[in-house]
Write a protein that binds this ligand. Structure first.
Ligand code: ME8
Length: 521
């Protein structure tokens, strides 16, 4: 949270040159988990995602399809919006860098920096990587090629505008050193610090001559140029706070209060642009820096880098069609600690599905509701006072008390896999308990009622904690327990305590949550 109790989280804005894949879904789901969690905590949330629509990559993709870049972007943006809907993404706003309000903010910022002599015109010659839209110096090149993508570069001489980024090198080093959680995980922080301390940061070329690239925002002080796509894109995080806010905030005149963001979630591929370019741009503008830039790891597929040429790019829609949005969300965040690289395979997903979802959660749900149906006619029974009720509650309730403390901590540190692992520890302990207690053999009606009440109440709490990760499943559990409303409408404080389920509630046993997958790959 920032100082004003507001929680502002962003994803990168994705290029519209291609359709979204699991990497894009990954960062967006991470932001969704944080947004949903913070809303449950009662914080005011602004969750922003969107698309990056200018620049050479997009212009080239449009040309290949014989379309104007804007027309092409209008078509491609729908792929992202549709996927976010399918994945139950709860973003408050969607920014497109072709929005006129965003363009106006970028131009205002450029003008301001130019007016403050933070941008100047220079003649420049350098090695240019067209696919990456980046200049490199001679010493950066690897075997004469782009050090990033290894493709050939071309020598270009031209006049351009430069943001005097080098001025801020020491200030940025000092900032990172005095703000431990500015860049996370720590390995990434050390990487950036190491780079800054051992290299001379140059100035940043922020223009492209129109004759070479016309698809961009014109410089307000020189119409022969458009601005560099990254200068345009990074500003989205700030410009959105000027015109795209959660509905309630739009009605109040405190738009500026939303800056700075709490988390910029990004992949490690774009760490430099965020930690160096964006941070120094903000310093030059005298704007506060975001609280945190978190660079997560990279997904490969069956051990290989995803690429069109290998035809191994995973389309999230196909995975969701087969296994469901929540199984996909669960897999991505249970399988790999957020921050580390991971490998995606359907085999691993099916494994998690069958073990954790079908045998674990699904089984607990179906056996509990079946017993309530069979032994209590579908009504959640009243728990009765007895010694074994105390023992049972101490045992199960104790499990939930421990999660109440660590769950917050794990999510606030973005250690999503730990939060899920802990929840599944509870699920498997309750499953084990049922197997040992064999409640269906219970002769004493009071004890049986206590067990059934405890199971219903446990499932209710599991749904609460599961909600940020698997909102559809959590609400389905809620509904089948016979509870009213959507979990998103509640606050943790209202629903996190034991014994909130009213006795006599009629369950609505429905479909099995996760029918086991028997398909052999
Ligand atoms: O870079 N594994 O957009 P982009 C994990 N427009 N995450 C991945 C991934 C993978 N294999 N592939 C992509 C851009 N991502 C710019 C951003 S922001 C001001 C401008 C995710 O469409 C990850 O979040 O190439 C990565 O940083 C982002 O997609 C890059 O998306």
């Amino acid at each position: 949270m920032n100082n004003t109790g507001k929680f502002y989280v962003t994803t990168p804005i994705y290029y519209v040159n291609d359709i979204p894949h699991i990497g894009h879904a990954y960062t967006t789901i991470a932001a969704d988990i944080l947004a949903r969690y913070n809303r449950l905590k009662g914080n005011e949330v602004f969750f922003l995602t969107g698309t990056d629509e200018h620049g050479q990559k997009v212009e080239k993709a449009a040309k290949e399809k014989g379309l104007q870049p804007k027309k092409h972007a209008d078509i491609m943006v729908e792929n992202f919006k549709n996927l976010w809907e399918t994945l139950n993404i709860s973003n408050d706003a969607f920014i497109r860098t072709t929005d006129k309000e965003h363009i106006a903010t970028v131009q205002k910022i450029l003008q301001e920096l130019y007016g403050k002599d933070e941008i100047e015109k220079r003649s420049y010659s350098g090695w240019y990587c067209t696919p990456d839209e980046r200049f490199w110096t001679e010493k950066d090149l690897v075997d004469g090629n782009c050090p990033d993508c290894k493709r050939p570069v071309e020598q270009i001489q031209e006049e351009n505008y430069f943001f005097l980024m080098s001025r801020y090198q020491q200030r940025l080093i000092d900032y990172i050193k005095t703000h431990d959680s500015y860049i996370l995980p720590e390995t990434r922080r050390n990487e950036v610090l190491g780079f800054l301390e051992n290299n001379t940061v140059g100035d940043l070329c922020v223009s492209r001559p129109k004759h070479r690239l016309s698809w961009g925002i014109p410089l307000p002080f020189d119409d022969n140029f458009v601005t560099y796509v990254w200068f345009d894109a990074l500003v989205n995080y700030y410009s959105a706070t000027k015109y795209l806010l959660p509905h309630a905030s739009r009605l109040t005149p405190h738009a500026e209060d939303w800056w700075p963001a709490v988390h910029h979630l990004i992949g490690k591929d774009i760490l430099t642009t965020h930690s160096v370019y964006w941070s120094t741009m903000l310093m030059a503008l005298d704007l506060p820096l975001p609280k945190n830039i978190f660079a997560h790891g990279w997904w490969t597929v069956n051990g290989k880098k995803m690429s069109k040429s290998l035809s191994n790019v995973v389309n999230p829609n196909e995975i969701i069609d087969k296994y469901g949005a929540d199984a996909f969300r669960y897999f991505l965040f249970r399988e790999v600690p957020f921050g580390l690289d991971g490998d995606f395979s359907e085999e691993a997903l099916i494994n998690r599905f069958n073990t954790d979802l079908a045998n674990g959660l699904g089984n607990l749900m179906s056996r509990s509701l079946t017993m309530i149906e069979k032994y209590r006619g579908g009504e959640i029974p009243d728990a009765v006072e007895s010694k074994d009720r105390e023992d049972l509650e101490k045992r199960i309730n104790g499990l939930f008390s421990s999660i109440q403390i660590s769950y917050d901590d794990f999510i606030e540190r973005l250690q999503f896999h730990h939060a899920l692992a802990q929840l599944w520890k509870i699920i498997s302990e309750i499953n084990e308990y049922i197997a040992l207690a064999v409640p269906w053999k219970e002769k004493d009606e009071g004890t049986l009622s206590n067990i059934l009440y405890t199971l219903a109440e446990s499932l209710r709490l599991i749904a609460v904690y599961l909600f940020p990760f698997m909102p559809g499943t959590a609400n389905e559990i809620w509904r089948q327990l016979g509870l009213e409303g959507d979990i998103s409408k509640f606050r943790f404080e209202e629903i996190k305590n034991w014994e909130r389920i009213k006795t006599g509630t009629c369950i609505k046993k429905g479909r099995q949550l996760f029918p086991r997958i028997i398909e052999k790959l």
